[in-house]
Design a protein around this ligand. Structure first.
Ligand SMILES: Nc1ncnc2c1ncn2[C@@H]1O[C@H](COP(=O)(O)OP(=O)(O)OP(=O)(O)O)[C@@H](O)[C@H]1O
Ligand SMILES: O=C(O)c1ccc[n+]([C@@H]2O[C@H](COP(=O)([O-])O)[C@@H](O)[C@H]2O)c1
Length: 199
């Protein structure tokens, strides 16, 4: 049986935090399947094609390359239960682990068919600075059938919002920053340019 980590992200834009998680997952699973998706709870996202391209750039930038880590555009579904259905037809002899950051622990019970989803995957929670997984929220997930583990990795203190809303380029890796500039994505890139001293 293959142990496959399933990691979906809005990737709006993908950050150094996503990259650190991907590296860690590649060291702990036989295969890591990654995709960018439209999140049904979020609006005004950058076109998916750009988010998918940036996610591929983020993966390509990992050194040394991880041969068990790939982007699977066919897994891109707004609802993760539908992603799982595709994964189950693609890999018939696999155990799936859904990977989420600790900020999503509270939201997961509201996902589409969450109990059906939690029945069919293991759940791995990555602690995120500022989002200590609360025992009550974890207990609620277990009550709904989750087989849950907490990763011994804490994601870096970065987020896509920190870039989108505050132009925090520390959240980005250089290839993603270059892509954003080239494609004229995100209004904050103009704000961060305006902060440059005039020569
Ligand atoms: N720094 C991080 N540490 C731990 N988990 C993270 C981190 N960044 C993202 N994640 C997790 O990765 C998945 C995809 O995250 P997402 O693409 O929404 O990034 P985000 O930074 O939370 O974006 P946004 O700020 O737009 O909400 C989610 O499960 C999220 O919890
Ligand atoms: O299945 C759902 O109902 C559902 C609700 C919200 C988010 N998701 C998925 O969760 C993943 C992470 O989303 P995000 O925006 O936190 O990166 C992404 O693959 C989304 O499609 C899934």
């Amino acid at each position: 049986m293959l142990n496959i980590a399933l990691f979906g992200t809005s990737a709006d834009p993908p950050t150094a935090g996503h990259q650190a998680i991907l590296v860690w997952l590649s060291q702990h699973f036989d295969r890591v399947a990654v995709w960018a998706a439209d999140n049904p709870f979020k609006s005004h996202q950058t076109p998916l094609i750009h988010r998918m391209t940036m996610l591929q750039l983020l993966i390509d930038d990992i050194n040394p390359p991880r041969h068990n880590l790939h982007l699977y555009p066919e897994l891109s579904k707004p609802r993760t239960i539908h992603t799982l259905e595709v994964a189950e037809t693609q890999w018939t002899d696999a155990v799936f682990t859904l990977v989420v950051g600790s900020d999503l622990v509270y939201q997961l019970p509201n996902w589409h068919q969450s109990e059906r989803l939690l029945e069919r995957v293991n759940l791995l929670v990555i602690p995120r600075p500022g989002f200590v997984p609360n025992e009550m929220a974890l207990a609620e997930l277990r009550r709904r059938g989750a087989r849950l583990a907490i990763a011994d990795l804490t994601g870096p203190d970065t987020s896509s919002t920190a870039y989108r809303e505050h132009g925090d380029t520390d959240a980005l890796t250089p290839p993603i920053e270059a892509y954003i500039h080239r494609e004229h994505l995100y209004s904050c890139q103009n704000a961060s340019k305006e902060k440059q001293p005039i020569r």
